[in-house]
Design a protein around this ligand. Structure first.
Ligand code: ZN
Length: 569
């Protein structure tokens, strides 16, 4: 019985291995590795630059300049290429990203042809019987129409079951429009759901119910999604992700780790205050003391809990001191109305206090200036009631800060967990929403940095149902350094006084993110004794224009002394 089960598992494994597109390498076990002849930016004060790094097992043993390096089992000639500490993405939704990569992404789809093409490709990736769901078609089209002004909207594209039925005889399909106002099902899915719809279109309550009835992904599918996500991280030089996936994903990470197949380090944080008791029971808390550290190990660590204090700018649910500039109709929303916080603020504060008391590190989503201000008040209360300590309280997004509040960031190791690429995406409508003056405090990385706040960069991969945020950290560096759109606008950058230097940006994406999880003494810089996590680029960021970074590649990604991605071999 057991061997039969194993056989099926193996079949799944083989099938799914086949769908892992990029050439991510499973780790080859070596006891020593030398990277030489390079331009190594270490991020460490003791030796800021080196030409070689010598690794034994999973840690850096030595670095230096010149030709006097030790011999090793394996050698990589860097040929002068820039080498950085591995990137640590402080904000990802890993499960969603994996599901999107392995499943279907329709954000850019707005016609029959592209839909058919995407569906066909997805059926080739997924084993027979697997559901094809979500996709969020029409998002980019709606976004563009919105930014051009309401009237120019093209007649909305309407998909039909006849487009997909013939090409999906063995995959139930229930895909959705970006705003989830409608969905398209194929016959197989309609049969399963027991719904009749000649055109395949489901709306409103029927759609919501149907989505709930889609069977939960199998362990094997989640595993395949995770592997696909890990391969993407490795491809883009990301060696740690700070993840907020559903709790069941921890089993997947553990499964991979046990098989020596986890190729990205995971710092995992639940994202509901209702998980406090569960975290305490599992001892997912920070080990406080002279040198605080997360629980778990170097590969999967815990201790942080994420929550929300407001909504988002797009839906005008972010909490501001003053109303939005463009909200004459939707005035009632301008103070948020979102998730756990706003239902009951005293209870929200009480839960934060309780989590803090239990030794959990807090990270709270805050977009509007009032939301951020309230969090700074809460931090003061934590200090006063639970006692001061090096909490590394994390403001997630820290998107708009009131001028009066910048001075409050000094000397407290407050973390701004920010996603610079959001700037390039949001700048197009920020001023319309909140006006020019308030935008001075928006994504104000330079002012935050100068005020003593610690920056921890990340991507928010894979983004929302309106836009895809790539895991590629070079997009984040570009945005932080230029504050321009991908197309290079505006010429001098949006609020250019908030641009930061490339070195600061790299630091925020490496050491800064490690600091945010109390792990800066084991990763984020390249120095003897540190984990051997590093990334080799084909482009010297220090010698090229930022626009060139957007097309740069990673040639090698090394995690724990193992090459987990190589573009060359
Ligand atoms: Zn997010």
């Amino acid at each position: 019985m057991k061997s039969l089960k194993f056989f099926f598992l193996l079949c799944f494994w083989v099938i799914f291995q086949g769908c892992n597109a990029p050439e991510s390498k499973e780790s080859t076990s070596v006891s020593s590795l030398l990277l030489y002849n390079g331009k190594i930016w270490t991020g460490s004060k003791a030796m800021p630059k080196a030409s070689w790094v010598y690794i034994e097992n999973d840690k850096i043993k030595d670095l230096g300049n010149g030709d006097n390096y030790p011999s090793a089992d394996k050698k990589i000639d860097l040929k002068g290429r820039l080498t950085l500490p591995g990137f640590n993405d402080s904000h990802v939704h890993f499960a969603q990203a994996g599901a999107l990569l392995l499943g279907i992404n329709l954000l850019d789809v707005n016609d029959d042809e592209l839909l058919v093409e995407r569906i066909k490709k997805t059926t080739q990736r997924l084993p027979k019987g697997s559901w094809i769901t979500r996709g969020d078609w029409g998002a980019y089209e709606a976004w563009n129409a919105g930014s051009e002004g309401g009237d120019t909207k093209k007649a909305a594209w309407q998909p039909h079951i006849s487009l997909i039925d013939d090409i999906t005889p063995e995959h139930p399909v229930l895909i959705t429009k970006y705003d989830r106002s409608e969905g398209l099902a194929n016959s197989l899915a309609l049969d399963y759901l027991g719904i009749e719809a000649d055109d395949g279109i489901l709306k409103g309550e029927i759609l919501a119910e149907a989505l709930k009835q889609v069977p939960e992904s199998s362990f094997e599918r989640k595993l395949a999604e995770a592997k696909r996500g890990l391969a993407e991280c490795a491809k883009w030089g990301v060696t740690t992700v700070q993840d907020m996936s559903p709790l069941d994903r921890v089993d997947i990470y553990q499964y991979l780790k046990d098989r020596d197949s986890l190729i990205t380090r995971i710092n995992f944080s639940p994202s509901r205050l209702s998980e406090i008791g569960n975290m305490v029971a599992k001892r997912w808390v920070i080990n406080w003391g002279d040198n605080p550290s997360p629980s778990g190990d170097d590969w999967i660590s815990f201790g942080t809990l994420k929550s929300h204090i407001d909504g988002i700018m797009g839906g005008r649910t972010a909490r501001f001191f003053e109303p939005y500039n463009d909200n004459s109709v939707e005035k009632r929303f301008w103070r948020g109305g979102w998730r756990e916080f706003s239902q009951d603020m005293p209870e929200f504060k009480r839960l934060l206090m309780e989590a803090d008391e239990e030794g959990i590190q807090l990270r709270v989503h805050a977009i509007g200036d009032e939301a951020n201000s309230i969090l700074l008040d809460i931090l003061d209360t934590l200090d006063a009631v639970n006692g001061t300590r090096d909490r590394r309280f994390r403001l997630v997004h820290a998107q708009v800060i009131a001028e009066k509040d910048f001075a409050r960031f000094g000397g407290k190791n407050i973390i701004a967990e920010v996603q610079p690429y959001h700037v390039t995406d949001d700048m197009r409508w920020m001023e319309e929403r909140i006006g020019h003056e308030r935008c001075r405090g928006a994504y104000a990385f330079k002012t935050l940095e100068d005020a003593g706040c610690k920056l921890a960069f990340g991507s928010d991969w894979p983004g929302t149902n309106a836009s895809y945020y790539p895991i590629n950290p070079l997009y984040g560096l570009y945005a932080a350094v230029t504050r321009q759109t991908i197309g290079g606008m505006p010429e001098s950058g949006w609020f250019p006084e908030q641009r930061i230097a490339l070195e600061s940006a790299i630091r925020a994406y490496t050491k800064g993110s490690a600091f945010a999880t109390f792990e800066e003494d084991i990763k984020g810089t390249l120095a003897p004794g540190m984990l051997a996590d590093l990334a080799v680029l084909d482009t010297d960021l220090f010698e090229t224009e930022p626009s060139a970074w957007l097309n740069a590649n990673f040639d090698y990604t090394v995690v724990g002394g193992k090459v987990v991605y190589s573009r060359e071999e």
